[in-house]
Design a protein around this ligand. Structure first.
Ligand code: F0G
Length: 438
């Protein structure tokens, strides 16, 4: 076997065959990770190989995940792979956002350009490949929306049956619409994300359904290629900071693993610092990091308008903590108002994103103001989801009707409301004169 499942807990490190259907260590309950035993070619050869695949028309080479398959050595052959053209997401310079945050320069790695509009696609192509390889017929996840959209698409494309569990009334409409359209059996459960995850873990075990939450280590393998692609796009120049939102903390775990593997392979000379940003009302990882010791204490009723990261008991916290510490990184939290402001600024850049993604820019601004990030630092923020995922939030913001979960109205500092006008050329010409921008 080219790879094994290994317990992430340093005191355990038990290993299991790669084809065992387990999500946590049967011995100690720890999280599992995929460890490859395959030696890698030398870095110059890998860089050259990966670059040359960009000219290929094979779906495997065109995928921004499977292009880097030397780092995804868990399959014996690639016949189970279903690609929808995931990855290949742009790195976008954003001078206006940089100015707003107090930086000389800022770039966004925009995962919203994925086939279902979020970074989940990077991981899902791997998770679904593993499901097929194991002979699974049904796959399930609990989700704040994006995982379910992605799983529904990849499972349906692969001929598997997707079963989605979402918190009733608390996911963005675009995401629910995707799950339905891609043909998932969709259950809206009267509970929050953390409660539903516990439910689904029991059900998956009882009914032999394959679980595709980020506790699934094959999802993490796919998501780690976001870092590989980013470094490839930057010709392997390492930024000072990589900033990302934190919810269930799978992405933090994935980015850290990817970066460590790049370092070990000699593809980068040092690690960038990971800065994880949480929403104030759902910030258990921030609290853990600030305390500096002990275990994560769950937030029982997490609340944020950034529904993607409305998670109080993130499963991947031990991995995420390890990665933040290994990269000399940190965790910050931001308010609903800060997220709303940052999101509008990202929109004004012509880029746009969903609310959870905007936590990055809000966090960068805060870390600039406190002097942690310097103006000249080389910063990349990862925008995790597409603008159109949550149109309701946008409409409310621009019509000055956005309220926090506790009912407090947010200030729509950068509102751009639609205007109702008569069908009258003179009035419109006058109005447009008033609104002329410099
Ligand atoms: N940003 C977006 C847009 C997300 O959808 C998520 C997570 C995150 C950030 C946080 O990533 O969980 O790896 O720390 N969404 C999951 C879901 C939980 O169900 O779609 P994380």
């Amino acid at each position: 076997m080219p790879a094994e499942l290994v317990c992430f807990e340093a005191s355990c490190r038990a290993s299991y065959p790669i084809t065992e259907v387990i999500y946590t260590c049967p011995r100690c309950g720890g999280l599992l990770e995929v460890i490859s035993r395959e030696p890698l070619p030398d870095p110059a050869e890998l860089r050259q190989l990966w670059r040359s695949r960009r000219l290929s028309n094979s779906p495997l080479d065109q995928s921004g995940v499977w292009r880097y398959r030397e780092l995804l050595a868990f399959l014996e052959d690639y016949s189970p792979v279903v690609s929808l053209g995931e990855g290949n997401t742009p790195v976008l310079e954003a001078p206006r956002a940089a100015r707003w945050a107090g930086l000389d320069r800022l770039a966004f790695k925009h995962q919203g350009f994925n086939p279902t509009g979020s970074f989940k696609d990077n991981g899902m192509t791997c998770g679904v490949a593993q499901a097929i390889r194991l002979g699974m017929r049904r796959v399930a996840c609990v989700s704040t929306g994006n995982t379910s959209a992605s799983m529904a698409a990849y499972a349906s494309a692969a001929g598997l049956q997707p079963i989605v569990f979402i918190p009733h009334g608390n996911i963005a409409f675009g995401k629910l619409a995707q799950a339905l359209e891609y043909g998932a059996i969709t259950f809206q459960v009267e509970a929050n994300f953390d409660q539903i995850l516990a439910l689904v873990r029991v059900l998956a075990e009882r009914l032999g359904i394959y679980l595709l939450n980020s506790i699934n280590p094959f999802r993490i393998e796919g998501q780690k290629t976001i870092m590989v692609e980013l470094l490839d796009q930057r010709d392997w120049r390492v930024p000072d900071w990589i900033v990302l939102p934190g919810g269930n903390l799978g992405n933090t775990a994935a980015f850290g693993k990817g970066l460590r593997e790049l370092l070990a392979a000699g593809l980068i000379p040092r690690l960038p610092r990971l800065a994880v940003i949480q929403a104030e009302g759902a910030a258990p990882f921030y609290e853990l990091f600030r305390r500096g010791e002990g275990k994560l204490e769950a937030v029982r009723n997490p609340e944020t308008l950034a529904t993607a990261i409305r998670i109080g008991d993130p499963v991947s916290w031990p991995k995420a903590l390890h990665e933040v510490c290994t990269t000399n990184g940190l965790v910050e939290k931001v308010s609903e108002q800060e997220i709303a402001d940052a999101k509008a600024i990202i929109g004004q850049c012509g880029i746009g994103c969903e609310p959870a993604s905007a936590a990055t820019l809000a966090g960068i601004r805060k870390l600039r103001q406190s002097g942690v990030i310097a103006p000249g630092d080389d910063v990349v923020a990862v925008l995790t989801g597409h603008l159109l995922k949550d149109p309701d939030y946008i409409h409310r913001y621009h019509t000055s009707d956005l309220r926090t979960p506790s009912g407090q109205r947010l200030v729509s500092r950068y509102a751009n409301p639609p205007r109702v006008v008569p069908c009258d050329p003179d009035k419109l010409a006058g109005l447009l004169e008033e609104l002329r921008s410099e």
